[in-house]
Design a protein around this ligand. Structure first.
Ligand SMILES: Nc1nc2c(ncn2[C@@H]2O[C@H](COP(=O)(O)OP(=O)(O)OP(=O)(O)O)[C@@H](O)[C@H]2O)c(=O)[nH]1
Ligand SMILES: [Mg+2]
Length: 226
């Protein structure tokens, strides 16, 4: 059975006291492996999920910019570890990372293997990675690939939270139903459930809560750094 980090839980309790916004965000670099990522001198947050789930759109929503991260017309295009430099309204700098999507049907076995190697290397070795946001499409019933990925994070003991995307595309009831089914399925493998967010890049929903978590975690990171 996996447990969600206590640190994350206690942060969640103070979450809604924070009000950080992103005042600057710009693309920095795309790296093919963790060794070529920028110096790990500030806290970092990465976004991952199935291809086309809405990672880039979510990043643009958080940054309040239309084109920070490229929203793809052809899924499966982002194949690198994409770093963005971000400054919050609290003047703290951090990195935001757009990771290539998994589960894209049209990739070869060898492409899939190289994706797995790159992602595992990044997630397990990136020392300043504070939290991974795992995205799942709120319109769909729990997807095996997403559940497996989340359980893999448990096995690797990586701090993460779940972000349900595209909530504008269904009724609140349908969204809640899918979210509850997803979380209930996780109860089979998790003693304490991970934190989750319901979002819509279209309707600008969920951004404040995610940024509040980032702000609280940033403060913890800098405290522990000294
Ligand atoms: N209605 C709606 N559409 C969305 C939302 N988020 C993303 N989309 C659409 O879904 C498609 C994929 O969005 P992306 O943000 O490019 O998805 P991605 O996960 O970055 O895709 P890859 O980089 O290819 O893995 C685009 O057509 C977006 O406009 C949302 O919250 N609501
Ligand atoms: Mg993308």
């Amino acid at each position: 059975m996996f447990v969600c980090s206590i640190f994350l839980r206690s942060l969640f309790d103070i979450l809604f006291l924070c009000t950080m916004e992103i005042i600057h965000a710009s693309y920095l670099i795309s790296a093919p492996s963790v060794d070529l990522c920028p110096k790990p001198d500030r806290p970092e947050y990465a976004f991952i999920g199935r291809s086309n789930v809405g990672k880039s759109s979510l990043i643009n929503m958080l940054c309040q910019k239309k084109e920070v991260a490229k929203v793809s017309r052809s899924p499966g295009k982002t194949q690198m570890i994409n770093h963005f430099e971000v400054t919050g309204s609290d003047r703290k700098k951090w990195y935001l990372v757009d990771l290539p999507g998994y589960g894209f049907a049209k990739v070869s076995q060898s492409q899939r293997k190289s994706w797995e190697k790159m992602i595992e290397g990044y997630i397990r070795k990136r020392e300043n990675l504070v939290n991974l946001f795992v995205l799942a499409d709120s319109r769909l019933e729990p997807q095996q690939l997403d559940l497996e990925f989340v359980n893999q994070m448990g096995a690797w003991q990586v701090p993460f939270s779940i972000v349900f995307t595209k909530a504008d595309k269904s009724t609140q009831k349908e969204t809640a139903n899918n979210v509850n089914r997803f979380m209930n399925t996780l109860k089979e493998t998790w003693e304490e459930l991970p934190i989750y967010f319901v979002t819509s890049a279209e309707k600008h929903l969920g951004s404040k809560k995610i940024l509040s978590l980032v702000q609280a975690m940033n403060e913890e990171w800098w405290k522990n750094k000294v």
